[in-house]
Design a protein. Structure first.
Length: 253
């Protein structure tokens, strides 16, 4: 993929993450300051489609990313970012305040992350087999979850997902952050989802879990930055294993 095509892929993913609508060359030319003609963008999008990075959903003239397109974006195009100053202050103040009150950090962290990302957040302590979640209402407002079967599938997953945690983290290094996209997902029942995983431990040896679930067009860089910043705040006194699931409709590549 050449540099121009990388810019087109990045712009298309950015546009699609905001709109959930297949993206055409005209939109990219008008909104993303690529300094490339619409015809050139259209030709490059055709190349990216032939190579498996984009596809046409149904009969739409626009295109959306495939799993391969998201994978390339995450590994080769996406830049790391830091949480905004406002996000940093909010997370730090709330978490430290509740730690001082001996409040349940897992519940608080899930609630804050759900508020900051608009996704479903799950947090818990594996050793104690206790879990909390926030954000179902937000997910129900996303286009990907308008179909009843998508919400039913997600609800079913939440009923037993804690049983899958050991399977997911086995083989991962402490402190490693790993992204699974689509069929790479180690949970076969949700092979249409993407997942970011980052495990570490408490000084006591206890293991915890924090998960964000949302559309696959989620903002990978933002969510990853929030994960890393929470790890920095909690440090060696807290263990969290962090997942981001991004659910897509059935039938997409």
């Amino acid at each position: 993929m050449n540099a121009r095509q990388k810019k087109i892929l990045a712009a298309l993913i950015k546009e699609y993450s905001h709109t959930a609508i297949p993206v055409g060359s005209k939109i990219l030319a008008e909104k993303h300051n690529l300094k490339i003609s619409s015809a050139t963008i259209r030709n490059d999008m055709s190349v990216l489609e032939r190579e498996g990075y984009l596809y046409h959903p149904h009969i739409s003239a626009g295109r959306i990313p495939t799993d391969k397109g998201y994978r390339y974006f995450v590994e080769e195009v996406m830049n790391d970012r830091k949480p905004t100053r406002r996000e940093q202050i909010r997370l730090k103040e709330e978490l430290l305040k509740l730690r001082a009150k001996n409040a349940r950090l897992s519940r608080t962290t899930a609630k804050l992350l759900s508020a900051l990302t608009g996704n479903l957040a799950i947090s818990g302590v594996l050793d104690r087999d206790e879990f909390c979640n926030f954000g179902i209402r937000e997910l129900m407002e996303e286009p990907e979850f308008q179909k009843l079967d998508e919400m039913c599938r997600l609800a079913e997953i939440l009923d037993y997902i804690d049983e899958k945690f050991d399977q997911i983290i086995s083989g991962m290094k402490e402190g490693e952050t790993k992204i699974f996209i689509g069929k790479e997902n180690p949970i076969s029942e949700i092979s249409g989802c993407s997942m970011i995983v980052s495990p570490y431990k408490l000084k006591s040896g206890e293991k915890g879990i924090l998960a964000l679930i949302g559309p696959k067009r989620m903002r990978y860089a933002k969510n990853k930055s929030l994960i890393e910043y929470i790890k920095k705040i909690l440090g060696s006194s807290t263990t969290i294993i962090i997942f981001i699931y991004n659910v897509i409709p059935s039938g997409t590549p």
